[in-house]
Design a protein around this ligand. Structure first.
Ligand code: NAD
Length: 521
């Protein structure tokens, strides 16, 4: 596989980069180069923001289109992504080590579903409604696109996490500058090609492959109106500080350390629970933000849970991410593997009991592999239970048995993070009752997969705001209330009086004034 690109996708065209600098992703399964692309630097980011700004501000542009027309383009975009599914899955696997079977389920198909879902929401959402006032007159409530969006994503799910931002932004009428992570820039070219083939208007989507400096420049750029970020809590804090200073709306999807609560009635047969438990705890080699990596086991069944988790982890085939049989691929980089190994060593030093893994597989002499690892007898106060590891490492923590699983809920909530979690039980009602007491923004009963119809995000150190669902669309809208001192008579509201930045959006009420639909799917 050798993928080389010499241009950047800016303003709907393939343009020359401003410098000779390049990014060269490496296959973590083989340590071989996969190709290279231009690295976007500040001047390229400026050009991309300029193109997005022009596309947003131009009269008659994207923001002023009827939402159903935007939806048609988004559906064509989804179809073009489908047409590239094979190549996208292979490129993602080769760049970040995600087993190709998982890439086919989560990195293709799912992004298209998100695009189609938001295309539907664009059609169904009322972007303007008139409310009878309590004070005699009426109020026109307008939902306007927030403007130019800076979308910054990590390497672990480059396609899905890009689409969590691009799709609602496009539905709302925003324009986007996407900054992929240096490790996964190659697949972003397929997104650009799909957008171009689908007829996404020039400047609505621009892509700047770059590192932290390009990201920081984009976040603080005066032409940007909103930042949508997924990545580490450390970077999220830095971005949040910048946005706070600029009073710029920001969505932050950050790290996690979620709990998987095994209730005392759970079915511990691997044939029943195995696949879902592995998916909820180890997907993508443990490099997934929401995984239930702290497994909480009732003392009465503690040994059974440790045995189950150990047997499952040991049974997973480790190997090249492009091999169809592989269920655990490599870590994304040598540095990441060393970091994860450091966590395992620290856990053992803190007193954990290693029941499987902890080593580099003997039969794989190239690639940044680590055996799936289980640390038992962990105390929730230890570093290994408090910090995000981001590798195939599970901690099993005992809790005191009781009908309401109070001790498990206490331990689950004793975390700086608040992203995901799971409850495992033979009684889904009981599971839901326990799940509702866990202080995270998402949680699953007997499995976990973020559904596009519902908000996904984190609380505490896991982030601010939500993606997905109608709530994810609302994050790309701002409101304007136009007070009428006499009751509305159904006529078109006169002149927008909008500032230049609203020029496109100002046209938006025309097709939507009659509807009073609210923000529901
Ligand atoms: P990272 O924070 O190092 O980088 C993420 C992206 O931000 C990259 O594109 C990077 O170039 C850019 N970036 C880094 N510092 C920046 C800055 N100061 N300003 C602007 N841009 C900056 O994260 P990573 O190592 O690529 O990804 C792993 C992390 O992402 C994990 O902590 C994981 O939990 C988190 N994550 C969260 C979610 C979620 O939805 N909550 C989903 C996936 C991953």
């Amino acid at each position: 596989m050798d993928s080389r690109h010499d241009h950047l996708y800016i303003g709907g065209a393939w343009v020359r980069p401003s410098t000779e600098r390049r990014l060269a992703p490496v296959d973590p399964s083989t340590e071989l180069s996969l190709g290279s692309v231009p690295e976007a630097v500040e001047a390229d980011v400026d050009a991309a923001v300029g193109a997005a700004r022009a596309a947003f501000d131009s009269p008659g542009g994207w923001a002023s289109w009827e939402p159903s027309r935007r939806g048609e383009v988004m559906e064509r975009f989804a179809a073009e992504l489908d047409a590239r599914a094979r190549d996208i899955a292979a490129l993602v696997s080769a760049q970040n080590g995600m087993p190709v079977n998982i890439a086919r389920q989560l990195e293709v198909g799912y992004p298209g579903a998100v695009l189609r879902y938001y295309a539907g929401l664009a059609r169904e959402t009322g972007f303007s409604e008139v409310r009878a006032g309590l004070l005699g007159g009426s109020v026109e409530v307008r939902r306007l696109p927030v403007g130019v969006v800076a979308a910054i994503v990590p390497w672990n799910y480059p396609q899905v996490l890009s689409m969590f931002k691009i799709a609602p932004a496009m539905a709302a009428g925003c324009t986007v500058v996407l900054k992929p992570s240096p490790e996964t820039v190659l697949d972003s070219y397929l997104v650009a090609e799909a957008a171009q083939a689908a007829g996404v208007p020039a400047g609505v989507l621009n892509i700047v492959p770059g590192g932290r400096a390009a990201g920081a420049h984009l976040v603080a750029h005066p032409g940007v109106d909103k930042v949508a970020f997924t990545g580490s809590t450390a970077a999220g804090r830095a971005i949040g500080e910048t946005c706070g200073r600029l009073l710029r709306p920001v969505t932050l999807e950050l790290g996690g350390k979620s709990a998987g609560i095994v209730l005392d009635d759970a079915e511990l047969d691997p044939a029943v629970i195995g696949q879902d438990l592995v998916a909820a705890t180890l997907t993508n080699n443990g490099q997934t933000c929401f995984l239930s990596t702290r497994i909480l086991a009732p003392r009465g069944r503690y040994a059974e849970v440790v045995d189950l988790v150990t047997d499952l982890a040991r049974s997973l085939p480790v190997g090249n991410a492009l091999d169809e049989q592989t269920l655990v691929g490599p870590l994304v980089s040598a540095a990441q593997r060393e970091r994860v190994e450091g966590h395992v060593a620290k856990g053992l030093a803190e007193g954990a009991r290693l029941t499987t893994g902890g080593r580099r597989p003997a039969d794989l002499d190239r690639g940044w592999f680590l055996e799936p690892t289980v640390l038992a007898d962990v105390d929730n106060s230890w570093t290994v239970a408090r910090e995000e590891i981001f590798g195939p490492v599970l901690c099993v923590i005992p809790y005191e048995d009781s009908k309401d699983a109070a001790d498990a809920v206490r331990i689950a909530n004793d975390s700086d993070f608040g992203l995901g979690g799971t409850v495992w039980t033979a009684d889904p009602e009981r599971g839901a009752a326990v799940a509702r007491r866990v202080h995270t923004s998402t949680i699953g009963v007997n499995g976990y997969l973020p559904d596009p119809v519902a908000p996904f995000g984190g609380t505490k150190a896991s982030g601010l705001g939500s993606e997905l669902g109608p709530e994810g669309l609302a994050a790309y809208l701002r409101f304007q209330s136009v007070y009428q001192s006499s009751p509305a008579d159904g006529r078109e509201p006169a002149g927008s009086g909008a500032e230049p930045r609203d020029a496109g959006a100002a046209h938006q009420h025309t097709p939507m004034t009659a509807t009073t639909t609210t923000l529901t799917a």
